[in-house]
Each structure stands twice: as structure tokens, then as C-alpha cells.
Write a protein that binds this ligand. Sequence first.
Ligand code: CTP
Length: 409
Amino acid sequence: MQVYKVGGAVRDRLLGLPVTDVDRVVVGATTEEMLAKGFRPVGADFPVFLHPKTGEEYALARTERKSGRGYGGFTFYASPEVTLEEDLIRRDLTINAMAEDDQLNLTDPYHGQRDLEARILRHVSPAFAEDPLRVLRVARFAARYAGLGFTVADETMDLMRQLSESGELQALTAERSWKEISRALLEDHPQVFIQVLRDCGALKELMPEVDALFGVPQPETHHPEIDTGLHTLSVLEQSALHKQPLTVRWACLLHDLGKGLTPEEEWPRHIAHEHTGLKLIKAVNERFKVPKDCQELALLVGQYHTHGHRALELKASTLLELLQSFDIYRRPQRFEEFIAACEMDARGRKGLEQRSYPQADYLRGAAKAARAVAVQPLLEQGFKGPELGEALKRERLKALKAYKEAATA
Ligand code: CTP
């Protein structure tokens, strides 16, 4: 039997990038032979094994045939007769369909190396359409390699458009979609992921709430870019430039969804979009079974980002309500992430990317002032239960009034 490295490991080595995951394909072997060599079988669906010592993945060369809708609808055929070329042709992109042996001899029947040099993401064959998740994968690779100049081939975009229009994306499970979305958001150019999905019609299928933001105007005074969709892309871009975590990036993507619901006659103003957007944010969160920390931050940022921008004008009582809503006493990190998302929102505007955001330090100072109020003296005065809560609130309000006066004097 022969063993080859395939997929991302070959691609990234040729690009001169670090290789983390190594996938291998085995040609000319049977399941029985693999088991006899001590390989451990994994995955109920495919003939994949783990190396007894290294734990790396070895898959038998296989062909795949689609037998139904979605990812479940697969049958595969693995046998010692399946050739390397047959295994490679069922893969998604030419740059992912190269193999190399131990001596680094390259097998590249579908011209992946040529496309690597030309910086093109191109599908290998019509078999691309057998897994609709590949629409998201291509958009994710576009987001990852945008800095190197990669773009999606026109014919691949056409295929992605057909797949999107066919309704196939609806068959993807929440888990598989979220895995792609979350990885894409953490890439260097997450805005490219959303842009590619939009260009091929997939965004309308996956997140119509985000798609609806394109073409919706905002007031030029605060938003020189005007278009809400373009603003959202810029906020996402800022979040990556500033190396924000996934929670913040997810909140950035969803913060303005309410603007997509504003009746046209009210444009370019969006009164109460922070509230109208909440049910949309909730729907997107649930659709992809998003992790709880991402869900929560997106909802809080959606509801309170305007408060963040107006921090210096807020009354002490409103400031206190804001801090309480974030439960800053037990969840300090979450408030920091809120501040970061607000700052990304402020910078994600055409020509204003370098602006300063004094609201950030002001909000941090306010949180510090509220947290500094000690409980012990109130306990010593005999406060208990709900009265203790009320007394704490009064003291925190006093502290915030003093903070505000001192900070804005
Ligand atoms: N593959 C595919 N279609 C999919 C998933 C994977 O064709 N839906 C193939 C590709 O050849 C890919 C290989 O399986 O290169 C390994 O997949 P995976 O480990 O998910 O991706 P990598 O290409 O290694 O990329 P990453 O760096 O994102 O892990």
C-alpha cells in the first residue's frame, strides 16, 4: 500500500505556511489490513483510521456518490482499486486536491499548483456540488487567504450560486454550519467571508437578516459609508485588525440587524433599531446553535451599543442600569468585550478607522467606580435581603455621580 499526505498539509507547505493538521490517504489497502497493522478505526461514516503511535489520520482512498439531500445523503466506495486520482477528484478545491509522498513528489492531476500560483480558489469537478458545506468552506478559504491575493474563480462562483439557489444549504446542520462560520470569523479577513457568501446568494439563504442590511442607508454624518451592509463589513474588518475574540466578532456581525427592519419612509434614520433587532439576533443565534457566550454578547451589544457611544452623556442612573445589565460584578470580562465591540462599531466607518474612542476608558472607569462600593459597611449597618440590594444600588449611584462629575469636569 502507498501513503500520501493530502489536503491542507500539502497546500500550506507549498504556500510556505505552517502546517498543523496532517491528513493522509492510503491507496491499495483494505480495512482488514489497516486493522492488522494496529490502526484504530474512527468515524462510523468513512473508512478513516488513527495511526497507532502518532494518532494522525489515515483514510482509505475512496470515491463518493451522493444518494440524498444534505451531508447524510452519502454513500462511499472504498477498495484497494480506488486510485489516488479518483480520490482527489471528489475533493472541493484544486489547491486542496494535491498529494505528496514521503519524498515530497507531488501528484497534482487537477492543477492545484497552477491555481496556487495564480491565487485562485477553483473547484475540482462537478462533484463539488455533492456537499453544500463547500460553499461556506470556499468563502472561509477566501477570508483566510485574501491577504495573499486569492479570489474565487468565476465558474466556482457560478456553481456556488446554483447550490445556494437550489435550497441545498437549508439541509446543512447547525453544527457543521457554525463550525465553518466561527472558523471564518476568526480568520484575518472575516469580512471577505460574508462578502463572498453575499456575492453567491448564500448569505440570503443562511442569514437573510444580515443580507437585508445591504442597500439600507444610514445618516451620512455618522456613517460616511452610508450603506449598513458595508458598515457591518467594516466593523468586522476592524474586529479582526484588533484581534478580537470570537464573541466580539459575532456581536459585530449582528449588532445592527434591526436596521434591516426600518420602514423605507424612515430612512436614513433607524429609531429604536437596538430593540427591533433583538428578535433577529435571537433567531440567528438559535439557527446555528451558537455557543452561549457568543449569543449573550451579541444580544447585549445589539441592545446597548448606542449607550456605549453615548457613554459620556448618560445620566448616572442610566450608566448604573447599563452596568447592572452586564452584571459587571460577576462578569467583568463580558463588559470588556462589550466595550471592544462598541469601539469596533465606531471605527468601522469610512475614514474614521483611526478615530479615538474615549468612551472605552470612561466606561471602564465607571465599572471600576461601581465595583469599588464595599458591601461590608452596609452589612454592618444591618442591611439584609432586598434592602441590602437597594442600599448597594444607592451607594453605587452616588459613586457614579461623583465619577461622572470628576471625569467630565
Ligand atoms: N474536503 C473536501 N470537502 C469537504 C471537506 C474536506 O473536499 N467538505 C477535503 C479537502 O481536500 C481538504 C481535505 O478534505 O483539503 C481535509 O479537510 P479539512 O481538514 O477539513 O480541511 P483542510 O483543507 O485541511 O483545511 P484547514 O486548514 O481549514 O483544516
